[in-house]
Design a protein around this ligand. Sequence first.
Ligand code: XMP
Length: 321
Amino acid sequence: TWTMGNIIDDQVAAIREKVGDKEVICALSGGVDSAVAAALVHKAVGDQLTCVFVDHGLLRAGEAEQVEQDYVAATGIKLKVVDAAGRFLAALDGVTDPEAKRKIIGREFIRVFEAAAREVAAAGDVEFLVQGTLYPDVVESGGGTGTANIKSHHNVGGLPEDLKFALVEPLRTLFKDEVRQLGLSLGLPEAMVWRHPFPGPGLAIRIIGAVSAERLAVLRAADLIARTELTAAGLDRDVWQFPVVLLADVRSVGVQGDGRTYGHPVVLRPVSSEDAMTADWSRLPYDLIARISTRITNEVPEVNRVVLDVTSKPPGTIEWE
Ligand code: XMP
């Protein structure tokens, strides 16, 4: 029979066989797939694995800490953290086009990861790169190796010729729900295992307009309120994703106390989906929406209006960019 214990034992044996006594590197994104893949490889080869976490400064509140502290505490993994927030912000300065943002973030990610990988490689005989490719990614890309999941910049294609690795993809036969079970069996933090999908370019594509440190802080505050209230309502697993989007170039008039405000709207975009190819807007309870709206407008001074996106996919996409 096919149990989590079997999967772990089989994969551990296969990874050991493949890697031997060579060194392995893995880019962590904060997402569940890379976290589970790395934990599995760590179980197989221990400190032959070095994980690299490029903090691009575009994650949600608490997510970098989740990787740097909770994940390391749970796994004992050797982690190299690169704080590259300033660099990503500088590269994104003034950029408003969604695809331009993606390209810049992908390019900067490769550069930063490459530099980190060279440092790790200088210290040892690194031949392998771990990737959290899942079965649906394999199928989608026609069964090829290493090119799966074209949307994710954490799939580290584009490294220079002299820094090519063989891939270790221990999740290639698994579906998302199996990966979550595996993560729990490996002792990963629940918050990480049940994290909603989150785009590689992060909050940069949830700020409609140019990205800045101030705008990121506003969006992070609003997003944290929405996530906290969703969790408190016990509805985390009822939605596929719950993007919160800041319309940074839009302002509207409002009133607060006895003063006029001229602030920004945020959009709540909770969606239900099976695979992100199609989606419907989630019918969240109105009292939950109301609580989120009240808290955001009370607690985030730059935001004076909260709107709900009631568009399915198609014709809308899940993200606004
Ligand atoms: P859309 O907005 O196309 O999103 O309906 C479908 C799914 O993909 C995620 N997404 C991305 N993931 N890099 C990623 O790693 C990206 O550039 C990207 N754009 C969208 C999105 O969050 C949703 O889960």
